[in-house]
Design a binder for this molecule. Structure first.
Ligand code: ACO
Length: 330
């Protein structure tokens, strides 16, 4: 039986950080940020807030939409680069808070592509009959790994979470195709050192905390090429064309990346969903957060063809094409 999305939810922190706020922190301007990225504001956690709490809220909403009790969940996959603890995994921390007593759980690390990587895994586990209900959570608190003195990166990122429940759906619906890719050669263009990696036997590391490091222009070129090629490839594989696409939900990194890809694909503006204006780049959370908002705004109806394209550190990328099956919100 095909696997599809039967529940969806998202959550963001309450604290809003505007471009004007950033003007007080680094040498930048609202105008520069808006014209170069499309971002106006982003959400950031306050001290004490955790990735587990944010992921949990998104997961609870997804289960509510699916009409499922936590005990129905067989597996939780949490895609994250910013776990509260390396172990226990974020997925297992969510499992406890959710009361999903029957569920196994693990975290998945594929940076901004993490959610689509996890969705691909959930798809095949459900299709194979190895699991009936898989909860896929994408959660990242990029504010915790951002260098707030580096204007070339700190204006881009925000915090958020999104979750979906993957389960069997009727023939012809659900996930029609999914593709993953990676190119380790591009790793140095976007990376985050692990905090423990500098620890030595008998030593006590003095270096500051590691932060995201990025070659923005290289990532920009990679991202535009990738969104164009992978969207085209997934449609070709289904024998479909861009005219059949109801909604493209790309990773929300930069409006200029999305616009350049949209034009090259020949898509109309209404065929592409963006919400990065309000959230910035929330890494693995960006696609489920956008998908949830698109659905709640009535931009996704049963029978629609939606393609999600993720890209990020690794370098990694992934594409999922879905024949949408969730009814609109009452
Ligand atoms: N405010 C003001 N000026 C700035 C800022 C800022 N926040 N940041 C950089 N500048 C300056 C630079 O110093 C440079 O000045 P100079 O010409 O005097 O040297 C000038 O602006 C232009 O800098 P560029 O780096 O050429 O600017 P560009 O137009 O390439 O935009 C950006 C930079 C926004 C980072 C762009 O390259 C980009 O979006 N890249 C992709 C980044 C991305 O998507 N990353 C995440 C993907 S994966 C993931 O999600 C983790």
């Amino acid at each position: 039986m095909p696997a599809g999305i039967v529940g969806i939810g998202s959550a963001v922190p309450g604290r809003i950080l505007t471009n004007r706020d950033l003007e007080q922190m680094v040498e930048t301007s609202d105008e520069w940020i808006r014209t170069r990225t499309g971002i106006r504001e982003r959400r950031v956690v306050s001290p004490g807030e955790t990735a587990t709490e944010l992921g949990l809220r998104a997961a609870q909403r997804a289960l509510e939409v699916a009409g499922l009790e936590p005990e129905a969940v067989d597996l939780i996959i949490a895609a994250t680069s910013t776990p509260d603890t390396v172990f226990p995994a974020t997925a297992v921390r969510i499992q406890k808070e959710l009361g999903a007593r029957r569920a196994a759980g693990y975290d998945l690390s594929a940076a901004c592509s993490g959610f689509v990587y996890a969705l691909h895994q959930a798809r095949y586990l459900v299709e194979a009959g190895a699991a009936r209900h898989v909860l896929v959570v994408g959660v990242d608190l990029l504010s915790r790994i951002t260098d707030w003195t580096d204007r070339s990166t700190c204006v881009l990122f925000g915090d958020g979470a999104g979750a979906v429940v993957v389960a069997p759906v009727a023939e012809g619906q659900g996930i029609l195709a999914s593709r993953l890719g990676a190119d380790g050669e591009g790793g140095p263009h976007l990376y985050l050192d692990a905090p423990h990696a500098r620890h030595t036997v008998g030593g006590r590391p003095e270096e500051p905390l590691p932060f995201i490091r990025m070659n923005g222009q290289e990532i920009f070129k990679f991202a535009v090429r990738l969104v164009v090629e992978e969207t085209q490839a997934v449609l070709d594989g289904l024998g479909l064309s861009v005219a059949d696409l109801d909604l493209l939900v790309p990773h929300q990194a930069n409006i200029r990346i999305i616009e350049a890809a949209r034009e090259r694909l020949g898509l109309a503006p209404e065929q592409v969903f963006t919400n990065l204006e309000r959230y910035g780049n929330t890494s693995t959370a960006s696609i489920p957060l956008a998908l949830d908002e698109a659905w709640r705004a009535g931009r996704l109806k049963p029978g629609d063809l939606v393609v999600m394209v993720g890209f990020g550190g690794g370098l990694t990328w992934g594409t999922v094409a879905v024949r949408w099956s969730l009814e609109g919100r009452p």
